[in-house]
Design a protein around this ligand. Structure first.
Ligand SMILES: CC(C)(COP(=O)(O)OP(=O)(O)OC[C@H]1O[C@@H](n2cnc3c(N)ncnc32)[C@H](O)[C@@H]1OP(=O)(O)O)[C@@H](O)C(=O)NCCC(=O)NCCS
Length: 323
């Protein structure tokens, strides 16, 4: 069945979009809320009304069938902020939302809307387009993969069932002292990031600081919500480091891993496993049900390690190169 896609213009177009987008937005932004759907819908609408779709860097499209019945919508735009590894001048376009009315699903409209997003991106001369999706949106995930989108980063999660035993390793671990010199860890962190963005080419610390301002070259470990463990060999040589933060949102507590680094010569000796287990046990002791991490998939060793420890991917940040 052919569909017509055009820019949203009338108040009816916007009302249609507010309605169709409510379910997904409710899941992402108002999960667990005790307020009624009517109240949440008004909030949702008020949030969307703040967005200026007349901005040339943002576009809302609506789709109709031959009878003029509203069938779907697409919100595409230049992403306001890239990821830490995106150069400011190379931030991808972003599909903020693509929705097809249930009665019109399975008829190619989702793909048609995505192609429209790609066309808009090419017209803007933006090289890449990206999107975020979740593991339970299986059909969407399949469509994006089929259209050539590949995950660039993921959120992984593990549900914690209790305190677990630590693997036997030749390393000792401890919480770093507040005044401890962690320059060796920060150097290693920087090397991993440099490898990620350049594939090993040289780039000075100053260049990294200037061109990737979101990359943290040091952390404030006096913040009580943060927990770090440092690993050493028997002779006191620095071997690895892990850092996590406890996040409280209302009743909900959640731990996010911020970084994990094992010195190259000490890899594949269960040190990564040990450091992760320490954080998992600490998280459980804090009353958390799970641990999460936002991870670039190009950290292959880390992806494997998390898989070996039964972490599951919950969110996908995918990208496709267009130009
Ligand atoms: C990811 C990292 C922390 C892993 O540390 P590690 O101490 O080598 O991990 P472990 O020895 O505990 O690995 C446990 C299991 O994970 C899997 N694994 C870990 N690294 C792997 C790799 N490079 N390739 C394949 N599998 C790997 C294996 O199943 C391994 O068990 P095995 O050695 O018996 O096969 C380490 O490679 C590292 O510091 N990498 C650079 C920084 C980084 O990517 N950090 C994460 C992003 S913030």
């Amino acid at each position: 069945m052919p569909f017509t896609i055009r820019r949203a213009e009338t108040s009816r177009d916007f009302e249609d979009y507010y309605t169709i987008s409510f379910d997904l937005f409710k899941r992402f932004f108002y999960q667990g809320s005790k307020e009624s759907d009517e109240v949440l819908f008004e909030k949702h609408k008020a949030e969307l009304e703040k967005i200026d779709f007349s901005d040339p860097d943002r576009r809302l499209y609506v789709a109709h069938n031959e009878q003029g019945v509203f069938a779907g919508a697409l919100w595409v735009g230049v992403r306001e902020q890239g990821f830490v590894w995106d150069l400011p001048e190379e931030i991808p376009a972003w599909v903020y939302d693509v929705e097809v009315v249930p009665a019109f699903r399975g008829q190619g409209l989702g793909r048609q809307l995505m192609l429209q997003a790609e066309e808009w991106t090419r017209e803007k001369r933006i090289k890449r387009i990206g999107l975020h999706t979740s593991h339970d949106l299986e059909i969407a995930l399949r469509l994006y993969r089929d259209m050539g989108y590949k995950e660039k980063s993921i959120i992984i999660r593990k549900n914690l069932a209790g305190d677990t035993t630590l693997p036997a390793t030749p390393f000792t671990t401890r919480v770093p002292r507040p005044d401890e010199d962690l320059s060796e860890y920060y150097r290693m962190r920087l090397d991993s990031f440099r490898e990620l963005i350049t594939g090993g080419a040289s780039l000075s610390v100053e260049d990294i600081r200037e061109r990737y301002p979101g990359f943290k070259t040091a952390f404030d470990l006096t913040n009580p919500a943060r927990r770090a463990y440092l690993a050493e060999t028997a002779d006191g040589t620095f071997a690895g480091f892990i850092l996590a933060v406890l996040q409280k949102k209302g009743e909900e507590k959640r731990v996010w891993l911020l970084d994990l680094q094992v010195k190259p010569q000490f890899r594949r000796k269960r040190l990564g496993t040990l450091l992760l287990r320490l954080i998992e046990n600490w998280s459980y002791a804090q009353g958390c049900k799970d641990v999460q991490m936002f991870l670039n998939v190009h950290f292959h060793g880390a992806v494997k390690l998390f898989q070996s420890m039964e972490y599951e991917t919950t969110n996908f940040y995918m990208e496709k190169r267009l130009l």
